[in-house]
Design a protein around this ligand. Structure first.
Ligand code: GYE
Length: 349
């Protein structure tokens, strides 16, 4: 039951309703073929990282006018209240689909019910929402964040075995992503489980909000507080870049030689050229890839819905693991082997 209400049409009717157009005649002709685009409201959570910028670009490319879409894009600036307002605006505009990249998992129930009552399907991208009624969203595409965490930790475990580093000699700090986001929850869980399994020392966990500035700030303060940190697990590349700046500013060296006082940096994403360069230099020891190019995937889901099909509910993307260090050639997690590859940005799909 597609509405195909055009965006222009909708703006004109809003002008009439709000009275702004009352002094002028308002064109109220029926939509023509050129304005029969599918209208997609996309609530992006923010612009905190390079991953996010690549994701936004991928979505904008996929939902172009040329492809038959009108994209209404709203940047939530990392605030859930902004995203809720955006969704309410989309409902008022009677868009055909709402795509939501939620900042955190909780607190979406009521606004998603409003969309359901209005008959507007919601598609989730990247992170998930924690709602008991899963019919509030049609489907989701994103990464298995816990698996990403497990992969990076397994790399670290193998590295310590290769280099005779005792588990109890690892003193790790976790620069967490935005607390309560699916990416943070999964990656933090991956580390926590590996630490329990291997007996690693987790010195501290701190929120660094997936940004470079927070990464730098938090790492600076951790280095002042603790003198035994030898591994920093950064939950994205922007935090890692910030952490490296903090390590160097403190007169320390980011690198693999933790037995001789270097601090090993681990990270996620693999989309930021600066971070990939650091990985090639060994300043970042290992990056768990996180693929942001979801635009064509979400577009394919909308096309399936348009054809009356039911897309798979949960869609995980395949991801690699990067390291320039020769120590670990491959890792095995949950029975699956992953080759450790050169830190080179993967081709856009
Ligand atoms: O890793 C980080 C971004 O949710 C997968 O959010 C995403 C994460 C990504 O800010 O860079």
């Amino acid at each position: 039951m597609k509405k195909k209400i055009t965006f222009m049409w909708l703006l004109l009717s809003m002008l009439v309703l709000s009275g702004c157009g009352s002094s002028r005649p308002v064109e109220t002709t029926e939509p023509t073929s050129e304005n029969s685009n599918i209208v997609v409201g996309f609530s992006q959570l923010g612009a905190e990282s390079d991953w996010r910028s690549a994701n936004t670009e991928s979505m904008k490319d996929a939902f172009s006018e040329a492809a038959g879409y009108t994209l209404v894009f709203k940047d939530g600036q990392q605030k859930q209240t902004n995203q809720i307002t955006a969704i309410r605006t989309f409902i008022q505009q009677d868009v055909d689909y709402i795509v939501l990249a939620p900042v955190t998992e909780s607190g979406w129930e009521s606004v998603m019910e409003e969309a359901k009552e209005a008959g507007i399907p919601i598609i989730l991208v990247d992170r998930l929402v924690d709602v008991s009624d899963k019919s509030l969203y049609q489907c989701w595409v994103g990464s298995d964040f816990e698996l990403e965490g497990k992969k990076v930790c397994e790399w670290l475990h193998q590295y310590t075995l290769q280099n005779d580093i005792a588990a109890e000699d690892l003193h790790i700090v976790d620069l967490q992503g935005t607390l309560g986001s699916t990416a943070q929850l999964g990656r933090s869980r991956g580390l926590n489980e590996a630490a329990i399994e291997h007996g690693w020392d987790i010195v501290a966990l701190r929120d660094a909000d997936f940004t470079q500035e927070k990464g730098r700030e938090v790492m600076t303060s951790l280095l002042r507080t603790y003198d035994n940190i030898n591994v920093v697990y950064c939950e994205n590349d922007n935090e890692a870049i910030g952490a490296i700046k903090a390590i160097e500013a403190a007169g320390l060296v980011p690198g693999k030689d933790i037995a001789n006082g270097e601090i090993m940096v681990l990270s996620f994403d693999g989309i930021n050229e600066e971070a990939l360069e650091y990985a090639r230099e060994g300043k970042i020891a290992c990056i768990g890839e996180c693929n942001p190019l979801h635009g064509p995937r979400v577009e394919a889901m909308i096309q399936a819905l348009e054809r009356g099909e039911t897309p798979e509910k949960y869609n995980y993307v395949e991801e690699h693991i990067f390291s320039a260090l020769p120590d670990v050639a491959s890792i095995t997690v949950d029975g699956v082997e992953y080759a450790v590859t050169e830190p080179v940005m993967k081709e856009k799909e």
